[in-house]
Structures are given as C-alpha cells and as structure tokens.
Design a protein around this ligand. Structure first.
Ligand code: NDP
Length: 309
C-alpha cells in the first residue's frame, strides 16, 4: 500500500490527525496498534473533554473518533507497526502481518504505556491483583484493602478514587514526601482511609490465588531499615508512563525519558516528513484534549510539508 500519510496509533492524537488529513484530501492509513483506541478505552467517564456536558465513557469517545475518521475517508487498519525505515522517502513501515506501507509522511501517535517496578511478582499476578489503572479495575476491589505505588499526581488521583470504593488504601511512596501538586496531596490527606507509607519500596507480593499482600522495605537511612508486610488484594502501579517508541529503533531524537523531541513551533521531529503527536511526544500535559490538539497540528504540518514537496 502507498499513501501520502501513515498515521501510527489510534488514540485522540491519531484519530484527529486522520480526520484532518482526510478532510484535506491527503490519502492516509491509520494503523491502530496494540490497544485500539488507546489509553482512554481503559477509563470510565471522561468529564473534561469539551462537548460532552454529561461526560462520555472513554470507549464510546474513541468509537466516535474512529467512526468520524472513517466517515471523512480515513482508512483504519488493525495491526501493529513492527518497524519503519525513516532513512529515505517514501518511508517504509512493516506491520506484524509482514505487509508493508509506503508513505510520503508519517505521524507518530503511539502514546505511552504504564511503567511497572520490574518485579517478577508483577508478571506472576498480572490480572490477579496487579493493575496499572484504578479507574479500570478499582471496581473489583470494593470494600477490600488495596495499595497504590507512587507519590505523583496520578498516584494521588488513583488513591483518592479507590478510597471511595475500598475499605483501606495504602500509598507506597519511595521518598519521604509526595511529588504531587498541593491540591492533590490535600485530597489524600482528607481521606481517613488512606495511609501513606513513606520511604517504602515494594520487594515482592504474596498470595495463593492472586495478590494477598505486599512485602515492603522501609528505609529511613542506614541502619534504620525495617520490613513491613501489608495485606492487600489489589496492587496498583502509578509510577509514570513510558513513551511507545521501541519500533523506531533510535531513528528519531528523544529526550532523556524517551519522549520524541519535536520542534518548538510545530510537531516536526528530527527527521523531515515525520511528525509526532500526543503522549509519545508529551511528557507534561498527557491529556486527551491536548493529544487531540497536537494530532490536528501534526496533520496541518503534514499538509504544509506535502505541499512544499
Ligand atoms: P510522575 O512522574 O509525576 O510521578 C511518578 C511517581 O512515581 C513519583 O512519586 C515517583 O517517585 C514514583 N516512582 C517512579 N518510579 C518509581 C519506582 N521505581 N518505585 C517507586 N516509585 C516510583 O508521574 P504521574 O503519572 O503521577 O504524572 C505524570 C504527569 O501527569 C505529571 O506532569 C502530572 O502532573 C500529570 N498529571 C496530572 C493530573 C491532574 O492534574 N489531574 C493527574 C495525573 C497526572 P519520586 O517522586 O521519588 O521520583
């Protein structure tokens, strides 16, 4: 297949880029990736995406974006881009079914994935008590005890959310303070059923048929290292996200955290004709509406680029 624009990723950034390029008469294909619809499909009601006064569920919002893209002429293809050659134009992408797409321009909108601690137990108990999304899985832990790892805004938000459902929420924080904004910290402090455990690292999980608890090491500086076991049925990770760039094989400039570096004024990356939009290039805002906005900008940048060829 040969197109003018290949869009990689099916979150708000990818679909917005598909809508704009299609309406500009630019032939395109959007490859959906591992998680069609992206991170929003794993959330519940979204109340901060303008245009939906009563809120909208994440899955429904992404279905709407997909349909809108198709309605204006975008080609949406299931599959994953395994690799892409950005050394010359047209760029050539290889998909997981070994088919190829040739494209004069590319929009990378592959988003970011939740980070894990790297403990073998996280894999052992995957889907059996370990989760990286409180709003997706919190419901399963009603009236139970759970733990949230992390001390940032996400961790505070998730702990607060879970405190409405669960009997007790432990926050496991590796430093002696939270990193989150003051308002988020206050929300945590206001909940009687959240206990923040500072200077704590998780070293393992235990349980017969799923998570029943976590082994912690509390370190207030040598020699004051102690251990503590907490009884929890759910273990939620909220320690940040990693941008999905492995398939690029180092062909684009990224920052120290792995986010694609774009030009200050545009979505242009270090390779001419390749643009980046959404969380994959956004270490800061990480909001659906911000991703959609950058998808729009990327599409306009593509149009400008193609017109100047
Ligand atoms: P952050 O990077 O801000 O915070 C990550 C937290 O996880 C930190 O407390 C960090 O600890 C901890 N952490 C990282 N690695 C480990 C590890 N290996 N073991 C234990 N703890 C670890 O990520 P967030 O996802 O919280 O936020 C990302 C961005 O999104 C931020 O800009 C945030 O402001 C924004 N955001 C805004 C929201 C809002 O305004 N409503 C809601 C959610 C996110 P340490 O502090 O020690 O580094």
């Amino acid at each position: 297949m040969k197109v003018q624009c290949l869009i990689i990723g099916s979150g708000p950034a990818g679909y917005t880029a598909a809508i704009y390029t299609s309406r500009a008469g630019i032939s395109n294909v959007l490859v959906e990736g591992h998680q069609p619809g992206g991170q929003l499909t794993t959330t519940t009601t979204i109340e901060n995406f303008p245009g939906f006064p009563e809120g909208i569920d994440g899955f429904g919002l992404m279905q709407n974006m997909r349909q809108q893209a198709i309605n204006v002429g975008a080609t949406v293809q299931s599959g994953v881009v395994k690799s892409i050659d950005l050394s010359k134009r047209p760029f050539v992408a290889v998909l997981d079914d070994e088919s190829t797409v040739e494209a004069d321009s590319v929009v990378i909108a592959t988003g970011a994935s939740a980070k894990y601690l790297g403990l073998p137990d996280e894999k052992k108990y995957a889907g059996q008590g370990v989760s990286a999304c409180a709003t997706c899985d919190g419901f399963f832990y009603r009236k139970r005890n759970v733990a949230v790892v992390g001390g940032g805004d996400t961790a505070c938000e998730e702990a607060t959310y879970l405190s409405n459902l669960c009997r007790k929420v432990y926050m496991i924080v590796r430093k002696d303070h939270l990193r989150a904004q003051a308002a988020m910290q206050q929300r945590v402090a206001d909940r009687d059923n959240i206990e923040v455990i500072y200077n704590a690292n998780t070293v393992g999980l235990f349980g017969e048929d799923g998570v029943e608890g976590a082994h912690l090491v509390i370190n207030r500086g040598e020699p004051n290292e102690t251990t503590r076991d907490i009884a929890v049925d759910g273990f939620f990770l909220a320690i940040g996200h990693r941008p999905n760039t492995a398939f690029l094989d180092g062909q684009l400039t990224v920052d120290e955290q792995g986010y694609i570096v774009t030009d200050k004024e545009s979505t242009a990356t270090s390779v001419e004709g390749v643009f980046a939009a959404g969380d994959v290039a956004d270490p800061h805002y990480r909001q659906a509406i911000a991703a959609a906005g950058s998808g729009c900008r990327a599409a306009l940048d593509v149009e400008h680029f193609l017109n100047n060829q």
